[in-house]
Design a binder for this molecule. Structure first.
Ligand SMILES: [Zn+2]
Length: 289
């Protein structure tokens, strides 16, 4: 059976499962709320897997929002889903054909395998509730080197804003979903989800627009640092905030360009993913031979 790989993207709020064939999603995507304990997680997952008739040879690739040890497949740290800390999915499901990876790494691997970018030097920034990142230097990805990059926790200012990681003035305290919502509420906007903030800006709400734009330079500093440090020349944006990229594309381009080394300025791109948040599902199975 050619089509025998399933990608499972475990997010902080939703769990998405789909068949993947030839580096593309080949079925409908089944979506459920992410369970809040390990027993429910196993039960929900088996319900989904049984409903789509997996067999003994079906290979399962997992993408998780946390730190993964690629040498042994353990989930070392999953801050938003603590019940996954220390879990090895092979043991959890009593199944050998399982692989697991960090969600930003798997999203980048999905972009690379789906769009045949193996020869490129490329980064990915996932703009959601938090901010994830990964980068790939032609033929070497973090899933091969067991490295973790955390652009969300680069220090981008010195205003003393406290981050969820315990540090101060991380990028996440300026441009993540959680921070933008908190800043929006302080500005008197009634928004519960970052979509709503970007919708307001799309509909010409000045408070929403200026709030987004005043935080763009921080994202620009972090992305230009990523480019200056690694030598990549293309950065792909994913995550729910990236869907509104047209609202801040020009401002971000200028911010990144201003902080880049002159050599890097000549040839760089910051683009939106074409895979609409499905890249982690594709990437999660891309390491199976
Ligand atoms: Zn932080």
């Amino acid at each position: 059976m050619a089509n025998n790989k399933i990608g499972i993207d475990i997010g902080g709020t939703n769990l998405k499962v789909a068949w993947v064939e030839d580096n593309h999603i080949s079925s409908e995507i089944i979506e459920r709320g992410t369970p809040d304990n390990i027993d429910q997680f196993r039960t929900v997952l088996w319900e989904i897997l049984n409903s789509i008739n997996i067999n003994n040879e079906t290979r399962l690739g997992f993408s998780v929002p946390g730190v993964v040890d690629y040498t042994n497949g353990n989930i070392d740290l999953c801050p938003n889903l603590e019940y996954l800390n220390g879990i090895n999915v092979k043991d959890l499901l009593q199944r050998e054909e399982c692989m697991v990876g960090n969600d930003a790494d798997m999203a980048l691997l999905g972009e690379i395998s789906s769009n045949d970018l193996w020869e490129e030097n490329i980064g990915l920034v996932a703009l959601g509730t938090g901010i994830g990142s990964s980068y790939y230097i032609s033929h070497t990805g973090p899933w091969q080197s067991n490295l973790l990059s955390e652009i969300g926790h680069i220090k981008v200012a010195s205003n003393g804003r406290r981050c969820t990681c315990g540090g101060l003035d991380c990028l996440e305290t300026y441009f993540s979903g959680w921070s933008l919502i908190s800043q929006a509420k302080k500005s008197g906007l009634e928004v519960e989800d970052v979509y709503e903030l970007f919708n307001l800006a799309q509909n010409s709400n000045q408070v929403a627009s200026s709030l987004i734009l005043q935080n763009i330079p921080y994202l620009g500093i972090a992305i230009s640092s990523m480019i200056n440090l690694t030598g990549i020349n293309k950065v792909i944006l994913t995550g729910k905030i990236s869907r509104s990229y047209d609202l801040f594309q020009e401002a971000l381009y200028n911010s990144v360009s201003n902080a880049l080394h002159p050599h890097a300025k000549k040839d760089f791109q910051v683009i939106k993913s074409s895979l609409i948040d499905h890249s982690s599902i594709i990437g999660a199975v891309a390491r199976f031979k």
